[in-house]
Write a new protein. Sequence first.
Length: 207
Amino acid sequence: MRRHVPVVLINRQFKKHPHDVVQVDNYLAMRRLVEYVLGLGHEQAVFFGGHSYVSTCRDRYRGYCAAMKAAGLRPRPAVYCGTAREGKALVASDQLMRSARRPTAVLCYNDDLAVEVMHHLMCQGFSIPGDLSITGFDDIDMAPLLSIPLTTVQQPTYLLGQKAAELLLRRINGSMEGYPQSVVLDTNLMIRASSGPPPDRVKTPTS
């Protein structure tokens, strides 16, 4: 950027530097997801983040906090797990499931973390969503194909790339109209089998 090379960011922001960005409203999307989970009856919901320095992670955690506070609940500190396969999410999930304030729902920063946590807990005998509801963010290709399809936020990934490329080409061709420009796209909530009522609200069949 210092060398005036055209730059368009996708789902990232650098507050100290003006730049073009194409993104979804990560704050609002996560807030809507948490509101859905709270509507199922969950009061012990925790946010599993990636890295705290990533703007999308911070925005999604803000959305979680806003939804919890609006419901009269105290937000829990974010659990920052880095990326999937680092193992931090597995350790954190083990600790939480043994804690006195055991959560009934885990809202993951992205689908990769959600899949990792869900697989780990199922291997340990936990029922998803019977013991714990798990949600993700992104709607990766495997999300609806898992043995327990993942509730998640669907991002318009193709459109994000298309809009970013169009904007970048305009900058390369010399048009600086509207610079810096922020393009915000809509998301969809994909409700699937990985989320359900908390254990104390699950109805058992009567004989």
